[in-house]
Design a protein around this ligand. Structure first.
Ligand SMILES: [Zn+2]
Length: 176
């Protein structure tokens, strides 16, 4: 998936998190979104032509040569390690705000979910070769990928309003 689609999908995940999962946390939206956007680009460090791989060519080349593309950086192992690093090892990031922590984790997770929309899918249980992809979204076309990410973002922002409008419409139809 392309760089800009990952950014859009990461924004979509942030909005879902803010709306439905973060009731008990005092989250700074701007910080959460900024860190999520940045973090959503990190897994593709294993690809030298990706935005982040291009910035850190040596690291990117090293990871690609040892593991290959969409392997360890797109796996459950790295997600688990990231989770432990961010949330469980208290002394490491003791003073870091919860908005940054969640931003980084959501961004990274969003990248893996977004790659599941692509035709190749992701090797989530790497080193075992079991590929995961959403069954009805095996997208080859970059433009379509872009429109689906935009549509999801639109839905995440306006879903409640759309439901509300539909309810009013159906109520009126019923009354007629
Ligand atoms: Zn990727």
């Amino acid at each position: 998936m392309s760089f800009n689609n990952h950014l859009i999908f990461s924004l979509f995940c942030c909005i879902i998190f803010i709306k439905y999962f973060c009731l008990k946390y005092n989250i700074n939206l701007l910080i959460l979104i900024l860190f999520s956007l940045f973090s959503s680009l990190l897994p593709d460090i294993d690809h030298i032509n990706s935005f982040i791989g291009n910035k850190f060519k040596n690291i990117s080349y090293f990871i690609y040569k040892i593991f290959g593309h969409r392997t360890i950086t797109h796996s459950l192992i790295i997600l688990y390690l990231l989770y432990i690093l961010i949330f469980n090892i208290k002394f490491l990031f003791y003073n870091i705000s919860i908005s940054i922590k969640y931003g980084v984790f959501i961004g990274y997770l969003s990248h893996i979910l977004a790659d599941m929309l692509t035709i190749k899918g992701i090797n989530f249980f790497w080193p075992f070769k079991i590929y995961f992809k959403f069954p009805y979204f095996n997208i080859k076309n970059r433009k379509l990928e872009y429109y689906i990410c935009l549509f999801l973002l639109f839905l995440s922002i306006f879903l409640e309003n759309i439901i509300c409008i539909l309810k009013i419409l159906f109520k009126n139809i019923y009354l007629i």
